[in-house]
Design a binder for this molecule. Sequence first.
Ligand code: BV8
Length: 225
Amino acid sequence: MEKIVILTGAGISAESGLGTFRDEGGLWAQHRIEDVATPEGFARNPQLVHDFYNARRLQATRSLPNSAHTALALLEAEHPAQVIIITQNVDGLHEAAGSRTVLHMHGRLAGALCAKCGHRWAAPDAMRPDDPCPACSTPATRPDIVWFGEIPYHMGEIWDHLRDADLFAAIGTSGEVYPAAAFVQDADRHGAHTVELNLEPSSVVSDFSETHFGKATETVPLWVK
Ligand code: BV8
């Protein structure tokens, strides 16, 4: 039974109106990574970081999945237990499109985490630094997001999927952030056919056997056919 492992990045949500990071005017052009996407930045100014994620959480709740998300959900419906999506995205658009097997390796905007006791709960629309944890009451709440320098979630499971993949596709990612950018090499080493679907060549395009350039809403529905 063919195993299809799909890595997605901000580019798959671009046409749903959510900003990417490294495109013209992207999120990293508006904010310094050090200030809003590192534990040090959060320790320095938790309100600034909460404001950054509160704004993205609000925007994400108002966005809709696009035909690329829907195409992947249909692919999974047609090949139950064969399709796994590993997303770097923190929006919930894969789930909103109907995908069931989604691993959020960089966390989720919808999640809140207590830095003291590790309790997780559904994030309120606007988080504040001194919100008490519902479990231990400590005012140590943070977005359930993996920042630079932190260990991505689900890595053990992800390595297993890459080892067993027959087909690995990366969709809408610049290939700038590790360990996600190296997944194609792991899949290739274990014999998978590798495909990049992106608006333009990523930094790791040479690691892929097949490429399709264009907008995700055009390339992904055609590719899953
Ligand atoms: C780790 C938070 C160890 C969530 C993010 C020095 C010190 C410390 C660490 C490092 C270091 N040097 C290197 C590292 C590792 C570091 C890293 O990679 N740094 C980079 C900058 C060099 N990585 C880490 O720290 C990671 N942790 O390494 O721990 C470890 C490793 C393995 C096992 C155990 C332990 C943690 C990384 C996670 C950081 N968190 N964000 C959030 O705020 O959203 S990363 C951030 O970048 C986002 O999560 C995003 O997902 C990710 C990748 O970006 P993309 O999704 O690719 O988006 P981007 O804008 O870059 O590209 C969009 C693409 O779409 C473009 O190519 C564009 O052409 C295309 N596109 C645009 N429109 C469309 C389109 N494609 C199709 N259709 C369209 N319409």
